[in-house]
Design a protein. Structure first.
Length: 180
């Protein structure tokens, strides 16, 4: 059991310009220098007619994606984007979210999200029932409201994590320990 899991709220765009957003809780940082993140997109049953999810299809087609932060105030919108919708449905519209143009990639970011990472695809690799997607972070958007003394303040971010099933969590107590 791996809990809590951070949530990558991935925004992407199809070749025809349809916006897509989906939460992925198999997500993490891989490297600081250079900054690289990963998320895993699980596959549907082969007989579903659409075995790959729209996010993965878009990322493979455009080679770009954006990781948006899910804070507590955005959980309902995130849940609206977690549904399995037809590929032609724009999840920005479905969830009532505003698109914000990115600076380095063509995919839009979620305007209401207080942090976003613009990413370019490094590689995607099928592993078990998922495809692991690695992205080079080419730009980071950080709202000043989550900063304190020049650094991201976790208590101001109010991030949401997935515990499994329908269970989610926020940070709760934040404490500090120094290495000896």
């Amino acid at each position: 059991m791996v809990i809590p899991r951070p949530i990558a709220w991935i925004s992407s765009i199809s070749r025809d310009g349809t916006g897509n957003i989906a939460p992925h809780s198999f997500f993490n940082a891989v490297s600081c220098h250079p900054p690289i993140v990963m998320f895993a997109s699980t596959h549907r049953a082969e007989d579903s007619g659409r075995p790959s999810k729209d996010t993965l299809n878009n990322v493979l087609a455009t080679q770009e994606f954006v990781v948006n932060l899910v804070s507590r105030d955005l959980v309902d919108a995130m849940m609206a984007t977690a549904r399995d919708l037809p590929a032609q449905d724009d999840e920005f519209e479905v969830a009532g979210l505003r698109k914000e143009a990115c600076l380095r990639v063509g995919a839009p970011r979620i305007a209401q999200s207080r942090a976003a990472l613009e990413c370019r695809l490094i590689k995607a690799e099928r592993m078990g029932d998922a495809t692991v997607v690695y992205g080079d972070v080419v730009y980071a958007h950080l709202d000043p409201s989550i900063m304190r003394d020049g650094a991201i303040a976790p208590d101001l971010v109010d991030p949401v994590a997935r515990l499994g099933g329908s269970l989610y969590a926020t940070l709760g107590e934040v404490f500090s320990r120094r290495r000896e």
